[in-house]
Design a binder for this molecule. Structure first.
Ligand SMILES: [Zn+2]
Length: 136
């Protein structure tokens, strides 16, 4: 079985601020980040689609302990976002002081971009990840 959208291709698009997902031709659901099968019905008839990156903040967690070798990044906030197309996506929330996060931000609109993070002991070099910004 082949991946319709291999992680490498998804990551390459993210570096250009393009968020790709997979649309299921059986049930219509969108899967993102990409998986081998539809996350709703496990269907394999998938097509690559570009997502808007628009969504809303479902939850967040602010971290004060850095991953190994990345002390310069703390504190930072990881957000769980529900994309307008349906899937839930994790990424850092940027352009806001992590110390100023409060529960009133839940439900706020966000937009997605890609940002390249440095590699660490456990990864294969720099990698792009989704990041979110609050929409004013
Ligand atoms: Zn499906």
């Amino acid at each position: 079985m082949d991946y319709k959208l291999p992680f490498k291709e998804y990551n390459k698009a993210l570096r250009k601020n393009k968020l790709l997902g997979l649309k299921c031709n059986d049930c219509g659901s969108i899967t993102c980040p990409p998986k081998m099968a539809c996350q709703e019905c496990q269907g394999l008839d998938l097509e690559i689609v570009e997502l808007t990156g628009q969504g809303k903040l479902l939850s967040f967690s602010t971290h004060y302990i850095a991953p190994l070798g990345r002390d310069n990044e703390i504190p930072y906030t990881v957000a769980l976002v529900e994309l307008d197309e349906g899937p839930w996506l994790l990424g850092n929330l940027i352009d806001i002081n992590p110390r100023k996060m409060d529960m009133g931000l839940i439900g706020q609109k966000v937009t997605t971009a890609g940002r390249v993070f440095p590699g660490d002991t456990y990864s294969d070099g720099p990698i792009a990840r989704p990041v979110f910004s609050l929409v004013e």
